[in-house]
Ligand binder design. Structure first.
Ligand code: CP
Ligand code: NVA
Length: 303
C-alpha cells in the first residue's frame, strides 16, 4: 500500500526517528563522497503552484543524487488551470510517476490528489502545513543538541503552516513547544486540540514572546506574510511589530539557543540581520538538511 505524507500525523514517532537516522546517514555519505543510488529508474513529480527555492531544489537534487529523475511540473502549465478535475489529474500522473511532491494552497486539494493517486503524495507546503520542513529542522536540532527530548522550542510570530507542523511534531515526538503569536494570528484551534489530545509533550500558545523564549533551547520564526498573503503584508507588519526576533529577545533564551528560520527571511521584519547572521543561527544548516531529509523520505516512500 502506498503511503503519503500530508501532515506529520501520517508518521509515527518510530518512523520519524528512522527518518532522522537515515538523513544523518545520507549526510555522512555525501560528506565522504560516497555514492548510493537506491532510486535508479524512479521518477518523482514536483507539482508546484507556489514559488520555491529550497524545497524544489533540495527534492530535485536529492532525487538526482539517489539515481532517480525529478520532473518539475508548474501547475500553471497543466490542464489543472483549465479545470481538469483533480481526480483525473491524480490518476494520470500515477501512470507516469513513482511519487509526487506537491506545493499548493489548499490542504483539501492535496488530500483529494492523494486519495485518487496510486503513488505516494508528499506535502511540499500548503497553506496549512509544511511537514517536510519541520522534519529536517528537527534533524538539525538533533545534530546540535544530541536529541529533541527535553528540548523547549519557542515559536515566535504567525501561527501559520510551519507552526502547525511544529505543533504536530511536538505531539508525536513529545517535546515542549510554546507559540507566541499576536491575537487573531494564533494557530488553528483544531490543530492545537488534536495535539493536546495526543498527550505527548506540551503545546501552549501565549501572547507574550518574552514568556515563550524564556529558557528556550530553540527560537523559531518565519515570515509575517506567507505566500498568498502578500496583500496583507503592510497590515501584518504593524500587528507583528512586537514579535521581531532581535538581540534583546534572543538574550532571554538559553545562552546556546538555536535560532531557526525556514527561510526566505525578511531582515528587519520577523528577524534582525544581526540575529539571522549571528553565532546562534543555524539557518544555513537547516537549508542544507532539507536535502538530506528529502533523501531519507524519498528512499523510505518511493523504493
Ligand atoms: N523553506 C522553504 O520551504 O523554502 P522554499 O519556499 O524556498 O522552498
Ligand atoms: N510560511 C511561509 C513558509 C515559506 C517556506 C509561507 O507559507 O510562505
Amino acid at each position: 500500500m502506498k503511503r503519503d505524507i500530508l501532515t506529520l500525523w501520517n508518521l509515527s514517532k518510530a518512523e520519524m526517528d528512522a527518518l532522522f537516522a537515515s538523513a544523518a546517514n545520507w549526510k555522512r555519505l555525501r560528506r565522504e563522497g560516497k555514492l548510493a543510488q537506491p532510486l535508479v529508474g524512479k521518477t518523482l513529480g514536483l507539482l508546484f503552484d507556489k514559488p520555491s527555492t529550497r524545497t524544489r531544489l533540495s527534492f530535485e537534487a536529492a532525487m538526482v543524487q539517489l539515481g532517480g529523475t525529478p520532473l518539475f511540473i508548474n501547475v500553471k502549465d497543466t490542464q489543472l488551470i483549465r479545470n481538469e478535475p483533480i481526480e483525473d489529474t491524480a490518476r494520470v500522473l500515477s501512470r507516469y510517476l513513482d511519487g509526487l511532491a506537491v506545493r499548493t494552497y489548499s490542504q483539501d486539494l492535496l488530500t483529494a490528489l492523494a486519495k485518487w493517486a496510486d503513488i505516494p503524495v508528499i506535502n511540499a507546503l500548503t497553506d496549512q502545513f509544511h511537514p517536510c520542513q519541520v522534519l529536517s529542522d528537527i534533524f538539525t536540532i538533533i545534530e546540535r543538541k544530541g536529541g529533541y527530548e527535553g528540548v523547549k522550542v519557542a515559536w515566535v510570530g504567525d501561527g501559520n503552516n510551519v507552526a502547525h507542523s511544529w505543533i504536530n511534531a511536538a505531539a508525536v515526538l513529545g517535546f515542549d513547544l510554546v507559540c507566541a503569536c499576536p491575537k487573531g494570528h494564533h494557530p488553528a484551534p483544531w490543530v492545537i486540540e488534536m495535539a493536546k489530545r495526543a498527550c505527548r509533550g506540551s503545546v501552549r500558545v501565549v501572547l507574550d514572546p518574552l514568556e515563550a523564549v524564556k529558557n528556550a533551547d530553540v527560537i523559531y520564526t518565519d515570515v509575517w506574510a506567507s505566500m498568498g498573503q502578500e496583500s496583507e503584508a503592510m497590515r501584518r507588519r504593524a500587528v507583528f511589530a512586537g514579535y521581531q526576533v532581535n538581540e534583546a529577545m534572543a538574550e532571554k533564551a538559553k545562552q546556546d539557543v538555536l535560532v531557526m528560520h525556514c527561510l526566505p527571511a525578511h531582515r528587519g521584519e520577523e528577524i534582525t540581520a544581526g540575529v539571522l547572521e549571528g553565532k546562534n543561527s543555524v539557518v544555513w544548516d537547516q537549508a542544507e538538511n532539507k536535502m538530506h531529509m528529502h533523501k531519507a523520505i524519498l528512499e523510505a516512500f518511493l523504493k
